[in-house]
Every structure is written in structure tokens, then in C-alpha cells.
Design a protein around this ligand. Structure first.
Ligand code: GLA
Length: 723
């Protein structure tokens, strides 16, 4: 709910459990008033008198060294006494870049802002639109704030309007700026690498600027477009914290700046490094949405709020709660080295084991026998697949399976028909040799004719074949950041235009093929972000499916995403990435905490393992509603404990699922207590596997014993309310 108080010029935004308040001060600057736990809306007004009246009504009489740095501004400006980094920065034709944004008008309406060409929150809610005007040039900023009564997230973005007659060069276009209450904070970031995505790191947040960013052109394996700000006493389930994530998949930056007076300014959006956008007269520039969240139930509360938001607002409504296909994928089973028979062997086993979709991974098209050829040639390799895709699809159908197919749409191999026909379509600075990544180049997605080509090529395959699932990969990051078609003074637009091209393609393909289930992927989890989730309801979490490493990867990923967004598969041992051997059961338990499947040659596993597959799938079907719709509680942290354990609780608190793993034998583990979480205190539950009946309060406060299992042993408990 959003309320405007005309007398105080204040706006009070209330979500499920939080309040965000702002006001226009006497000099016309839009100021943050409060962000934290929910407060009755007529109750924060006194703060305005308390804080705001010290400001002179005349902005030019403000003694700038003393005041602007200390203002809790909702939008930072440049060159007029605020020495923190600005939110928006542009240069005019005379070279001047100073700005000062003051309040012009507001509008409150039901629904979400209309954002074209980029992923965004979809429906409901209420939006506050505040227009600020630059004191020194005809530029207006439209600040959007959307809240929902049933969600704990505030969604923001900024639209920059050029209302004058000259072209502006935008050097920075962040999506939001906010100020958090003064206190000692820690910062949480999710860093990583290929096969080691989203490791959790928490450090003290000191003075100056802490900047999380990527310059790789995609959200990246290395540093996630997420920032957590934790109060000193905040832990997994208690204390206050804030989080920001971006609905954006390209170069991003998130900054936390603590200035001399102890104020913490948070802002971020499109990375401004080498960003330069020409905004011609009469046009506007739209920034991506930032999702900001407050929790007084620790990091777990933050995660549950982000999950609810992503499921309600970002992931496609017709897919988000739909049962996910249980797939077997041939990548680790065969890599590039397959023929009809090898695939038929997997397909032949799959249906009997309960799998419903066979996904044919990389290597089915063009002349693709390794990673240095074929990308861009989206037609079946008839030498490898006798009878083409049809033969494989017919075999699937004959066996009662659906069929899925891998693409890597934005890529091109130099050894491909596409490259021979259009060498200039690859990203390359004319006259230089382009940088290769995984032996491939990237298509220039800023060019509409290239987007059209890929759309047509992929559409043709999807139209001509019975395909129900697409795995959309992206296996290298960007280099050059140069388009042969953009004018010299517009090359600074490349990185953002590239991601807009990708979004356009994803939008067109998912709209043209609503019956196809799309899965995102980028060398494992290198483009796992809210922008991608708008188009693809789930994403391959990591190429690392090791039964131990995956507990950490999935733990870190669950900080900002629902478990249903994570594709989690069982693969063989020794694991291809770590060489570690873990029990088949353990791999199945960890893979049950997401959209489950197999990455394995089913014709080569033992009869006992096949029996386990049958059981794993049957067990998964008992809990897949919880995976899709439930609330996640993280119980034991694999980064600093000998156990990994999480539980998913149904929204109605009638059932829950606990899954855990013990890493190593440790005599000190004897009689260790595991406290459950999220159950209704006054309900009585039975833990089916243990035959224990107790109240939710007892299970959450007194707990139960951790199981003592052999190294890398895993367990599950199914919990049901009995009254
Ligand atoms: C990436 C993906 C894998 C597989 C290969 C194919 O690494 O993460 O799952 O699809 O590409 O080249």
C-alpha cells in the first residue's frame, strides 16, 4: 500500500512486513525517511520534523560541504556538493556534467510500471512514480517504486528523460539509490568460478565504496548480481538484513558507500564502466529493475522473500508452479562422442525408470564433433545422427519419452557455415583477431538481422520437430565490446545493447513456442539471474554435480532464488569435475532439492543403481509440490559445518521435507541436535522415517539428533501434520 501525506510531502510504502518511507524536504530534495520493519503509516511522520526541518528551503543557500553528503538522498547527483557517487551522470554538449535533482511531481497507480524490452515484475501491486527534474538542464528522472501487500520486496528503477533539444551522453544510469540506517554492517556476497558458483562470503563493511560488479558481459560465475547487508547480530534465522538483486543479466555494478558521517548509500544497476549512451532529444533511457528486500528474520527470511517475489512476479505464471520434466541429459554420458545407438541405449532405459524427457545436449548439429566447430549451424548432423533428429525423437516417442534439445544461440564457431557466410557477424574489432573463449566467438547481438537469423534458425528446428524442452546455453563471456555496425561514438552502448538483443530473442522464442519448456544455462551457472528467470523457469545450477560440492553451490544459490529455479542432476562417480566418489543415494538426495534429473548413461549403471533411480523418482514425485511452492529453511551450513541440511515447508505448514548430508565421520558429532524450522508451533507432526511424533514447537526448539552416517551419507525425512 502507498500513502501520500500532502502536508508533510511524504510517501509511505508498505509491503507485507516492511515500511519504506520518503519525503520531499524543504529545499525540494527527495529524501529517504525510513526503511525497515513495518510501522503503522501515520507513525513515521514525526521523523520528518525531527530530521527534515534543519534544511533551508533555498537549495542555493545550503552550505554544501556541510549538508549534501549528509542527506539521505533517494537519487545522488554530481558536481553540486554531494561527494558520494551519483546515481545518474550525464554530459551535455558543452561538456558540463553537474546536476541537481529536485522533486517535480508524483503519481500513484495500481499495477507495475510498463517496461519495454527488458524483463520486469509482471502484475498487481501499487506503484509510486516520482519525477525529479535537474536544476541545470532539461532532464527529468522518473523514479518507480512498486510494492505488493503480500510480498517483502520493493522494486525500483529509474527512467531518464531527455526533455531538451540537445543529445545527452549518459555515463551512468543506475536503477536506484537508497540509504540504510546508521549502524555497523557486514556485507554478504556470492562469488565463485566455473563449477564453484555462488560461494557465500561475509565480511565487515567499512568506509568508502565497496563495489560488486562484472565486466564479463553476463552476470557471471565470478560475482553474483546480489548484495546482502547484514546487521551485526544477523544470522540465518534472526536479526535484520537487507538484500538487493537485479533483474538484469549483463554488466552490472552494485555499490555500498559509507561516507564520513556514517551514512550507507546503496545503489546499482547497469555497470557504468565504459558505458556511454547517447540519449537524443525527446527520448528516454530505461534502467533495469532492482529488487530490494528487508528481513528481520535473518538471511533465511531474505531468501524466502526473494523466492516468493521471483515465483510471483518474474518466472512465467504458466510454468512457475507446473510440474517440471524429469530429464536425462546425455552430456556427461557421451560428451560429443555419440551416435544413434549410444543415444538409443540411454533412451531405452529411461522410460522404464520413470524419466519423462530425454535431452540431447551439445554436438547434434552442423559439423560439431568438438568445441571448435559448428556453432551457428542449427541443423542436424546427418553423419552423426542417421535419420536426423527425427530418428531420435521417434525413438523417444516409441519409448514414451518427450524430447529436449540443446542450443547455444548467441554463439558462432569460426569453422561453421554461418561464419563462412557472415564472418562479420562475430563480435570482433575490425582489423584484429577476436579473442576466443572455449574455441568460439560470440554473435553480435546488438544487430537485429542477427537476432532475426537466430530466431528463424531455432524456430525452424522447433517447428519441424516435436520438441518439448530447450536447454539454452551460453558458454563464454564477452570480449572486445565492439560492434562493427555501431557508430564510433556509440560503442559504449555495446554491452547493454548486447543483452537487450538476447532478451529480444528470448522473448520472441518463448512467445512463439509457449508449449516448450526452456532451461537456462551458461557453462553451468554463469548466467543464473532474475533476468534469465523471466524467460526460463529454471537454470542449470552448475556443471559440478559432485555430491559434496553441490551442497555448497545449491546453498549459495538458494540465498536469492527458489529451489525450483535450480536444475539439479545426478551424475556418475568418480565425479567428472572433482573425482570424488559419493553414494548414489546422496547424489539423488541433493538433486531432489530442485528440478531433478540425470546426467548419466543409464545403460551403464548397475541394476541396484537403476532400482535407486526408480525409487528416487517415485520419492521426488511425493515432494515436488514442496519444491515448487514451499518455503526453504537452511538448517546446517556446508561452508562451516560437517553437515549440510535444509528443509522445505509447505505454505500451509501441513508437510515438510528435510534433506541432509554428513560429510565426514567425526566422533564429536555424537548426540548433536538439529533444530528444525518453519513448522507450526501448535501443530503435531510425525517424522515418517523416525516414527517420532511431536509438536512443531518441540521439533523446532528441542530438535532431534543428527543422523550419524558414513562419509558423504545423506538422509531425508518426510514430515506430516497429524493434527
Ligand atoms: C556447458 C553446460 C553443460 C553442457 C555443455 C555442452 O558447459 O553447462 O551442461 O551443455 O556446455 O557444451
Amino acid at each position: 500500500m502507498i500513502k501520500y501525506d500532502n502536508q508533510r510531502k511524504s510517501f509511505i510504502l508498505t509491503g507485507k512486513d516492511f515500511t519504506y518511507a520518503l519525503y520531499v524536504n524543504r529545499a525540494g530534495f527527495l529524501q529517504n525517511l525510513y526503511y525497515g520493519a513495518k510501522i503503522a503509516d501515520n507513525d513515521v511522520g514525526y521523523l520528518i520534523g525531527h530530521i527534515g526541518n534543519t534544511v533551508s528551503p533555498d537549495p542555493d543557500s545550503i552550505n554544501m560541504d556541510m549538508l549534501f553528503d549528509g542527506m539521505p538522498s533517494e537519487c545522488g547527483f554530481y558536481g553540486r556538493g554531494d561527494y558520494r557517487e551519483p546515481t545518474v551522470l550525464y554530459t551535455r554538449s558543452d561538456g558540463s556534467a553537474m546536476s541537481r535533482f529536485r522533486y517535480l511531481s508524483y503519481r500513484i497507480y495500481c499495477g507495475v510500471p510498463e517496461i519495454k524490452d527488458m524483463p520486469h515484475s509482471r502484475r498487481g501491486g501499487q506503484t509510486l512514480e516520482i519525477t525529479l527534474k535537474d536544476d541545470f538542464s532539461p532532464v527529468e528522472l522518473v523514479l518507480n517504486y512498486t510494492v505488493w501487500d503480500n510480498l517483502n520486496t520493493l522494486v525500483r528503477n529509474i527512467r531518464i528523460k531527455n526533455t531538451g533539444s540537445e543529445t545527452l551522453k549518459i555515463n551512468r544510469a543506475f536503477s536506484f539509490c537508497t540509504k540504510l540506517p546508521e549502524r555497523n554492517y557486514r556485507i554478504m556476497r556470492l562469488h565463485g568460478n566455473w563449477a564453484k558458483e555462488r560461494e557465500v562470503e561475509v565480511t565487515h563493511l567499512g568506509h568508502g565504496i565497496t563495489r560488486l560488479q562484472t565486466l564479463r558481459g553476463v552476470s557471471s560465475h565470478q560475482l553474483h548480481p546480489f548484495m546482502g547487508i547484514l546487521a551485526e547480530n544477523c544470522d540465518e534465522e534472526t536479526g535484520e538484513c537487507y538484500g538487493v538483486q537485479l533483474v538484469y543479466s549483463g554488466n552490472y555494478a552494485l555499490t555500498a558507500e559509507i561516507s564520513n558521517n556514517g551514512f550507507l548509500r546503496l545503489q546499482g544497476g547497469i555497470n557504468d564502466f565504459n558505458f556511454n549512451w547517447h540519449l537524443v532529444s525527446g527520448e528516454y533511457f530505461e534502467t533495469p529493475q532492482a529488487v530490494i528486500c528487508y528481513s528481520d528474520e535473518g538471511i533465511g527470511g531474505l531468501s524466502r522473500s526473494f523466492s516468493d517475489f521471483l515465483r510471483e512476479q518474474i518466472i512465467a505464471p504458466d510454468k512457475v508452479y507446473a510440474r517440471r520434466p524429469i530429464v536425462v541429459n546425455n552430456w556427461e554420458a557421451t560428451y560429443f562422442d555419440f551416435d544413434n545407438q549410444k543415444l538409443f541405449n540411454i533412451i531405452g532405459e529411461a522410460a522404464a525408470l520413470g524419466i519423462d524427457t530425454f535431452v540431447l545436449d551439445d554436438g547434434w548439429f552442423g559439423k560439431r564433433d568438438g568445441d571448435n566447430s559448428g556453432l551457428g549451424d542449427w541443423y542436424a548432423n546427418q553423419n552423426k545422427l542417421k535419420g536426423g533428429l527425427k530418428a531420435v525423437i521417434d525413438r523417444c516417442k516409441h519409448n514414451g519419452l518427450k524430447f529436449g534439445l540443446w542450443f547455444e544461440p548467441e554463439m558462432i564457431s569460426e569453422d561453421s557455415d554461418l561464419f563462412r557466410a557472415h564472418p562479420d557477424w562475430a563480435v570482433c574489432k575490425t582489423g584484429t583477431k577476436p579473442a576466443r573463449g572455449r574455441n568460439q566467438l560470440v554473435l553480435d547481438m546488438t544487430r537485429s538481422e542477427i537476432v532475426d537469423y537466430i530466431f528463424n534458425a531455432v524456430s525452424k528446428i522447433l517447428l519441424e520437430n516435436d520438441i518439448s524442452y530447450v536447454k539454452w546455453d551460453f558458454n563464454r563471456t564477452l570480449t572486445e565490446f565492439y560492434s562493427q555496425k555501431l557508430p564510433a561514438d556509440r560503442q559504449g552502448e555495446f554491452a547493454h545493447r548486447f543483452i537487450l538483443g538476447t532478451y529480444k530473442l528470448a522473448e520472441r522464442l518463448t512467445t512463439a513456442f509457449p508449449g516448450v519448456f526452456f532451461e537456462g544455462c551458461a557453462g553451468g551457472g554463469g548466467r543464473f539471474d532474475a533476468g534469465v528467470l523471466y524467460y526460463f523457469p529454471q537454470i542449470w545450477t552448475s556443471d559440478d554435480t559432485d555430491g559434496y560440492e553441490r551442497t555448497k553451490i545449491q546453498w549459495g544459490t538458494s540465498i536469492c532464488y527458489p529451489v525450483s529455479a535450480m536444475s539439479c542432476h545426478v551424475s556418475v562417480c568418480p565425479n567428472h569435475q572433482t573425482q570424488r566418489v559419493t553414494p548414489f543415494n546422496t547424489r539423488g538426495v541433493i538433486a531432489s532439492l530442485g528440478a531433478t534429473g540425470y546426467e548419466i548413461d543409464l545403460s551403464k549403471i548397475s541394476e541396484q543403481e537403476k532400482e535407486q533411480v526408480v525409487k528416487q523418482i517415485a520419492d521426488y514425485k511425493k515432494i515436488d509440490e514442496l519444491v515448487l511452492k514451499g518455503d526453504l529453511y537452511r538448517l546446517s551450513n556446508p561452508f562451516d559445518d560437517n553437515y549440510f541440511c535444509v528443509m522445505i515447508v509447505g505454505k500451509d505448514k501441513m508437510s515438510a521435507y528435510v534433506a541432509g548430508e554428513r560429510f565426514r565421520g567425526d566422533p564429536a558429532d555424537r548426540n548433536r541436535i538439529l533444530k528444525l524450522n518453519g513448522l507450526a508451533e501448535d501443530k503435531t507432526y510425525i517424522i515418517e522415517e523416525l516414527g517420532i511424533t511431536a509438536s512443531g514447537k518441540a521439533l523446532c526448539c528441542a530438535g532431534i539428533l543428527f543422523p550419524r552416517l558414513p562419509d558423504y551419507g545423506a538422509w531425508t525425512w518426510h514430515i506430516k501434520a497429524v493434527k
